[in-house]
Ligand binder design. Sequence first.
Ligand code: TUI
Length: 310
Amino acid sequence: METKITKLLKIGYPILQGGMVWLSDAQLAAAVSNAGGLGIIAAGNAPPSWVLEQVLLIKKMTNKPFGVNVMLLSPYVDEVIKVLIQERVPVVTTGAGNPAKYIGQLKEVGTIVIPVIPSCATARKMEKSGADAIVAEGTESGGHVGEITTMALVPQVVDSVKIPVIAAGGIADGRGFIAALSLGAEGVQMGTRFICSTECSINLEYKKAVLKAKDRDTMVTGRFTGHPVRCLKSNFSRKLLKLEDNGMSIKEFEQLGTGSLRKAVEGNIKEGTFMSGQISGMINDIKPCGKIIIDLMDEAQTVLNNLYKR
Ligand code: TUI
């Protein structure tokens, strides 16, 4: 299948794996890239030495294009960008901020830069700064979220910019994929679906929590900090929300929240923040990344066939 995104990224299917902090390593990203999508390592809050190690690893595991997601709230952003430039990483996506000051340097070494954005104004800003494409991420996503739903955000962003748009948030199967293309997207990015992949090397408890979740089982904490985060409902996340409502300070919130995603990845059910999207309720199996992609493309074909039959 060819779209502006498959041509730009030189990949087989217009499917990106979201760079999920502490969840997306070289093993997961290589599996997605080898299956014809774009695998993305998440730099998160990790030091540049970890990012370099993962980039060197993935180069051994695949000769297909791959990406690294830079989380712009990380204290190591400048050093991480230096590593990515030195290693001439094919694609860089960014989250939780404005990457404008890094775009020129990255493009100079041939890196394709794709910021993740939650609104039209941010999309236009990124286009002006030289972004090659953008991911329009709806509030259905797991992790740090904006306010607007994918359904409303994607067509508005498509109308706001000339660069290709990739849809994210609430997409996990062929129906969501075709819906995104109908809204004008040139591809999709999925995070939650790839949590429940064989190659995602997190503790099984995390995957089990996603499998168990139903449609209403996610919630958003930390709105008052300016960095709202969607995660699965749990005793811990409910406790955080209650403390927020009772006037806890940003500093106290961050002390409790910091490190809780890492704890979730290690399987700590009591103190972990299990970031996951609203589509968790539709994820009912753990399967290899290659099968996730092939099944999605088969479903997409069925959706199209059924549409024509109506
Ligand atoms: O970044 C994400 N998802 C994430 S980051 C993350 S780690 C984290 N943990 C606690 C608090 C905050 C982060 C977990 N999940 N998605 C992409 C995304 N980017 N969503 C929203 C944005 C965004 C928000 C504001 C992008 C740009 C922006 O403003 C740009 C500007 O103009 O300054």
